[in-house]
Design a protein around this ligand. Structure first.
Ligand SMILES: Cc1cc2nc3c(=O)[nH]c(=O)nc-3n(C[C@H](O)[C@H](O)[C@H](O)COP(=O)(O)O)c2cc1C
Length: 188
């Protein structure tokens, strides 16, 4: 079984990365392979609403950036994590491009249906729940199955690595990893 996590932060060793690392622990202990794809900081455009993905489900007509490779990894995975820092009370620009272009390419034919999915949010202080809801909307419309932790999946910190001091946030990641592993063993 395989999990692919998309990190919307441009900071490679940032708080979102540290949250994912904690999440991966219980999953890897359960024999599930995990990969982190950094989408933050990559030059990607938004959806052009050209509708060509309706003729070629699972592929975006814009081919000058890595979006189609990211979509292919999504289709190959058993579980998908969308992880983003909070930028002005929402996801980063690159994460939104992934949501719109991967989502529009896959939603019409429900290519992601019944895969396991989970959101992860890093924030300094405010707006995390809005990011959480934005990410959850992707899983919902794609008919994915979302396991829950013991709190909403968010961690707090400003400077890279500060989230490791947020004991509750890190425990939430650990529990989420356990829950995802349990669900994946049942479903996949
Ligand atoms: C452009 C920008 C906007 C931000 N907006 C918010 C915000 O609205 N709310 C918040 O709590 N933190 C905000 N932050 C802080 C980040 O969400 C926070 O530092 C987070 O831990 C960064 O995660 P990362 O290290 O994975 O990039 C913002 C940071 C940047 C660079």
């Amino acid at each position: 079984m395989h999990l692919t996590a998309y990190n919307g932060s441009p900071r490679k060793d940032g708080n979102t990365h540290h949250m994912l690392t904690r999440l991966f622990g219980p999953l890897e202990a359960a024999g599930i392979t995990c990969e982190e794809i950094c989408v933050g900081g990559v030059a990607v455009r938004g959806c052009l609403a050209c509708g060509k993905c309706r003729e070629h489900p699972g592929r975006c007509a814009q081919t000058e950036d890595p979006m189609n490779e990211w979509i292919a990894r999504m289709l190959a995975a058993d579980a998908i994590v969308l992880a983003s820092p909070t930028y002005f009370a929402n996801v980063t620009t690159e994460m939104k491009a992934l949501i719109d272009r991967a989502g529009y390419s896959c939603v019409a034919t429900k290519m992601l249906a019944r895969k396991v999915g989970a959101p992860v949010v890093a924030a300094r202080r405010g707006g995390a729940i809005q990011v959480y809801n934005t990410l959850m909307a992707f899983f919902g419309i794609n008919e994915m199955i979302v396991p829950m932790s013991n709190y909403w999946n968010m961690g707090y910190g400003l400077e890279p690595g500060a989230v490791r001091e947020d004991a509750e946030g890190m425990r939430t990641m650990e529990k989420l990893g356990e829950q995802m592993a349990w669900l994946m063993r049942k479903l996949c």
